[in-house]
Design a protein around this ligand. Structure first.
Ligand code: C2E
Ligand code: CA
Ligand code: CA
Ligand code: CA
Length: 279
């Protein structure tokens, strides 16, 4: 028994250190990923539920790893946040997306919005509004086409710095959306206190629409509350026509999901925009 116990411990240790080594290696590689041009922005269409037209896109980062293929942001963004690399990666993603959106908006006026994900760490650990201002100046992009997506966990860090940053961003003329709404722990009073423009209904509520009565009730309630507070609403993760119909009946303006388009690279997104024009 003692022996077994020992082996078990040894096995456990080995597994632990294998994880640690893998983690460390990924971190080392992530440090170099930016300089090696391995990061790439993908874009997922956002659709006007009344007309079916593409009106904008959400920018989603990808890591084109030389041996592991495409690594999901769900895997490396947390690592980037732990190590502080998110500051340089996030700034790069922002600049890249803004430049791209500016070009698309000029060529296709119906392209009116780029939604860009921002980590809580960027808001808390940097002069984020200054960074955004610099990028706006350099790109000459119209600030009204930029929307920053911030998760509820950022709102939880309800410090003066966060509130000041939001107010500065609003003064620059950009808009702010709460991502994954309903999944975090933010108090509803934050919705009132902070200068927000849009709520994104999380995919987990959309997934089982329209049959799941609870999800239907939650989605309707979020929509009603958001609308009465003056926010626009985007539903994410729309995969079926039944979900789309439910959201249209509700009055929801905008949707995003595999029903319309997967996230694609910039070249492929241009093709979608061109088709959009011909509808
Ligand atoms: P998110 O912001 O909630 O992004 C939506 C995710 O849902 C994306 O995953 C998208 O590809 C996926 N998705 C879109 N439509 C559908 C659908 O119909 N069905 C399903 N099942 N999934 C759908 P992705 O691209 O893997 O990104 C994962 C998360 O990584 C994002 O979640 C966001 O939190 C984070 N992320 C992505 N890009 C960035 C970035 O540039 N900066 C930061 N800070 N975070 C990012
Ligand atoms: Ca998002
Ligand atoms: Ca989301
Ligand atoms: Ca999500």
């Amino acid at each position: 028994v003692k022996n077994n116990g020992k082996n078990h411990v040894a096995f456990y240790d080995a597994a632990l250190s294998r994880d640690a080594v893998e983690h460390f290696q990924l971190e080392t590689e992530l440090r170099q990923a930016l300089n090696k041009n391995q990061l790439n922005m993908f874009y997922q269409a956002q659709i006007d539920l009344k007309t079916g037209m593409i009106i904008g896109a959400e920018a989603l980062i990808r890591w084109m790893h030389p041996t592991q293929g495409i690594i999901s942001p769900a895997k490396f963004i947390p690592l980037a946040e732990e190590t502080g690399l998110i500051l340089s990666i996030g700034e790069w993603a922002l600049a890249q997306s803004v430049r791209q959106a500016h070009a698309w908006h000029q060529q296709h006026p119906e392209f009116k919005k780029i939604a860009i994900n921002v980590s809580a760490v960027q808001i808390m650990k940097s002069k984020f509004a200054d960074t955004v201002y610099g990028i706006l100046m350099e790109s000459e992009c119209d600030p009204s086409i930029i929307e920053l997506e911030i998760t509820e966990s950022t709102l939880m860090q309800h410090t003066q710095h966060v509130v000041d940053t939001f107010n500065q961003l609003k003064l620059l003329g950009i808009s702010i959306a709460i991502d994954d709404f309903g999944t975090g722990y933010s108090s509803l009073s934050h919705l009132k206190r902070l200068p927000l423009d849009q709520i994104k209904i999380d995919r987990s509520f959309v997934k089982d629409l329209p049959n799941d009565k609870d999800d239907a009730a939650i989605t309707s309630a979020i929509y009603a509350m958001a609308t009465q507070l003056g926010f626009t609403v985007v539903a994410e993760g729309v995969e079926t026509e039944e979900q789309e119909k439910f959201l249209q009946r509700l009055g929801c303006q905008t949707a995003q999901g595999y029903l319309y388009a997967y996230p694609v690279n910039a070249d492929d997104f241009v093709k979608l925009l061109t088709l959009n024009n011909q509808r």
